[in-house]
Design a protein around this ligand. Structure first.
Ligand code: UD2
Length: 303
């Protein structure tokens, strides 16, 4: 099986590539290293250093693929806001090209950002799509495009990632999630800053559970093509068990030596208060459930 992982040098992509290799796949990664790090790509992966907006690099990467996991994106809300024309090229135009050019199934990394401020919690896949900002809008457009594919099209699905965390998420990067920042600071005796009162909730999902969801939907599309229940469909990738930042800090505090210093700053502009997904659709369609509890996930990062 020849597998292409776009954005394969990134946080999720490198975990996926390692798992695919261990399953015996031949893995190609295309990554422009704007956020990824080739150091995280396991030995044995065929690496193409290039941007998905470059048609020649992309078609070279896609050649001979049996399945494409399309994870490459400008995955930062502020960066997309700063350069919407560029993020349109990367997140939107290149994604459209991948879906239309692929002669094989495509699994697209969508995002909980497409829901915007929730009007109903937990958020199921039929929650209104109301993204705030370019990043969410671009993800929403590709997600909708996939959900409207017909039976003659490329087999494809969209996975809507909630707050993914795990080893290898660079805490110093502006792409980093709050957990990697908190863990890094607490384990180095540095102060944690909570934006707002810490009562905001997030649905944190461990990267190994995300990889499992990618593999299950990918293999279903490979085996059954457009007859797969994943085809032209979207799935929330989340635990359904939201936690507050204050709870996160409590868990971290009880597992590091010494006190964790916490300061509060004003809430970040544009932040949503509560986010909690419903993953019933994925669980009832495939044999998937989140396996890593937040406590176990945090502990593995602290040890
Ligand atoms: C995530 C994505 C964002 C967008 C959004 C869509 C990341 C890093 N962010 O934002 O790109 O897709 O989902 O809903 O993937 N916080 C602190 N202290 C810190 C850092 C963060 O208190 O040092 C707070 C932050 O203000 C927010 C919460 O932690 O209330 C989570 O922040 P985040 O950036 O990890 O994730 P989120 O859901 O806001």
């Amino acid at each position: 099986m020849h597998v292409l992982v776009t954005g394969g040098a990134g946080f999720i992509g490198s975990h996926l590539s390692a798992k695919l290799l261990s399953l015996g796949a031949s893995v190609t990664v295309i990554d422009d290293l704007s956020a990824g790090d080739m150091g995280g790509v396991p030995k044995g992966v065929n690496i193409i250093e290039g941007c998905i907006t470059d048609s020649a690099s992309l078609s070279n990467a896609m050649q001979g693929s049996d399945v494409v996991f399309h994870l490459a994106a400008i995955a930062s809300v502020p960066l997309c806001e700063a350069d919407p024309a560029w993020s349109d090229k990367v997140n939107l135009q290149a994604s459209l090209e991948i879906i239309s050019a692929a002669n094989c199934p495509v699994i697209f990394a969508s995002s909980a950002a497409i829901y915007g401020e929730p009007v109903e919690i937990p958020i199921a896949e039929n929650h209104p799509i109301s993204p705030v900002g370019y990043y969410g809008q671009q993800k929403a457009t590709i997600d909708a495009n996939i959900c409207s594919l017909g039976p003659q099209s490329t087999p494809a699905c969209a996975l809507r990632f909630f707050n993914v965390y795990g080893a290898g998420q660079d805490p110093s990067s502006q792409y980093s999630g709050v957990l990697s920042i908190f863990i890094d600071r607490a384990s180095n005796g540095r102060q944690i800053t909570i934006f707002g009162d810490g009562e905001q909730t997030r649905d944190f999902i461990h990267v190994s559970d995300v990889v499992q969801a990618l593999l299950l939907t990918g293999s279903s599309l490979v085996e059954s093509g457009v007859s797969s229940p994943a085809h032209a469909s979207s799935f929330n990738i989340c635990t359904g068990s939201p936690v507050t930042l204050n709870e996160v800090v409590d868990v971290i505090s009880s597992h590091v030596e010494g006190d964790v210093a916490v300061s509060h700053e004003e809430g970040r502009e544009g932040d949503i208060k509560h986010s909690s997904g419903d993953s019933t659709k994925l669980q009832s369609t495939f044999d998937w459930k989140p396996e890593t509890s937040l406590t176990d996930g945090l502990l593995s990062l602290l040890s």
